[in-house]
Design a protein. Sequence first.
Length: 449
Amino acid sequence: MKDENFLKENNARHLWQPMGHPGDAQANPPRIIKSARGSTITDIDGHSVVDAVGGLWCVNLGYSNDKVKQAIADQLQVLPYASGFAGSTTPPAIEAAYAVQAFFAEDGIERVFFTSGGSDSVETCLRLARQYHRLRGEPTRTKFLSLKKGYHGTHFGGASVNGNIRFRTAYEPLLPGCFHLTAPYTYRNPFDETDPARLAQKIVQMAEDEIAFQGANTIAAFIMEPILGAGGVIVPDASFMPLMRDLCDRHGILMIADEVITGFGRTGDWTGARHWGVKPDLMSCAKGITSAYFPVGAALISGKVAEVFESAGADGAIWHGYTYSAHPVGAAAVVACLAETLRLDTKTNAAARGTQLYEGVCRLAEKYDVIGDVRGGHGLMVGIEIVSDRATKAPMDAQTMTRIHQATYEAGAMVRLGMHNILMSPPLVVTEAEIDQVLAALDTGFAAA
Ligand code: PMP
C-alpha cells in the first residue's frame, strides 16, 4: 500500500465515486477506510468504529469470516475464472446453484441465474418477466408497476422502476411503461393516512385502478422490496404484500420480490417476503449472498416461471447474462457464505440485535425532537427520519444531517445518510455491546444536531 501522504494527496484526484458529486470530492474528500475486523472498521486517521451500515447493507457475516476468505483463496488457486455462458460450467457454479435453491426452496424457488450484483439481478428479473409473457403468447405484457420510494439499482430498467426522483432525472428518458404506486409509508402519504392497514388498502385500490387504466394485458410484473431499504426503511403493513400478491395473480401479473437487502437473514428471517407469507414469482438478490466478500447477485426463478422457459421451443433461450455470471470464485464464496449463514443462524441474531437497536432508537426519540419517525422492528434494518420541526415534519437540512453523521462517527459508529434519513444495517453477527455502542454514538450525534 502507498503511504498515507500519497493516499491523501490522490484521494479525490482520479476517482469518481458512485452517488457523489465529482466536483465536491476535492473540498470534502472521502474518508479512507483501511481495515476492518468483526463489525468494526478502521480509517486511515485512526478512528475505529462499529460499522452500523454493514458496508452497504451487505457485510452480513462481518469482516472476519475466515471460512469465506479461505474458500475464495482456494478457488483462486484451482480455477480463477471460466465462462459461465451455456456450453460449459464449473464445479462451484453447480454447487452454488444447488445451495441457493435449497436455501430458498421453501419460497418456491427452483432455478438460479447468477449475476454480478443487485442491479444486474433486478435487470435480469425484469427481462425474464417480459420473456415469460412472450413465451406464453402474451407479448403485449411489457409494462412494470413499482412503488414510489422503492430502490432497484441503477441500470436503466432498475432506474425506471425506482421510486426516487434523485436516481431518475439526469438519466431520462427511462424505460417507457413504468408506473409507480404510492409507498406504504404512514409517516407521509398523499392520503394523510396514518393507519397502516387502511393505507395498504388504499394503495392496493390505486393499483387496481392503474391496472384497469393500463389494461392488465399490458403489464408484465410488479416489483417491490418486502421492506423498502434505501427509501428510508419503510415497513409495509403485514397485509400489503399479500394483497398485492393476490392482485397480481388475479391479473396475470408476475410478482418480483427485490430481496437484495432483505434476503439472507437481514430482516430476522431468510427473506423479507416470508414475514408477509408471500412467495414471489421472481426474486432478485445480492449482498448477503456472499456477504460482500465477492460481487455476486442472482435472479431466482419460481417453478411456475421456470416451467414456461424450459418447455418452450427456441424462444425459451435466455439471450442475457454477464461475463461474471457464476464466476467460479464468486460461486465458491456463495457456497461458503451460505454454509456460514446457516451455521451461525444469522437471522436469529439479526432479530434479537435488531429489536435492541430499534427499541434503543425509540428511546432516543423520546429525548430528541429532531427524530420525526423511527422505522424498523424487523431485524437489522432501522431508519430514523430527521426533521427540523416535528409538527410540520419539515425535513432536516443537509448541513445538520452531516453534523449528526460526523458526531456519531467521532463517537464510535458509522451510520448512513439517505437524504434526511439515517439508515442502519449492521452486520448480522453484531454483538449486544456493539449495538449499545451504536446507540451511545447516536445519542452524541443527536446532541450535536
Ligand atoms: N435492489 C435493492 C433493493 C437494493 O437495495 C440495491 C442496492 N442497495 C440494488 C437493487 C442494487 O444493487 P447493486 O448496488 O448491487 O447493483
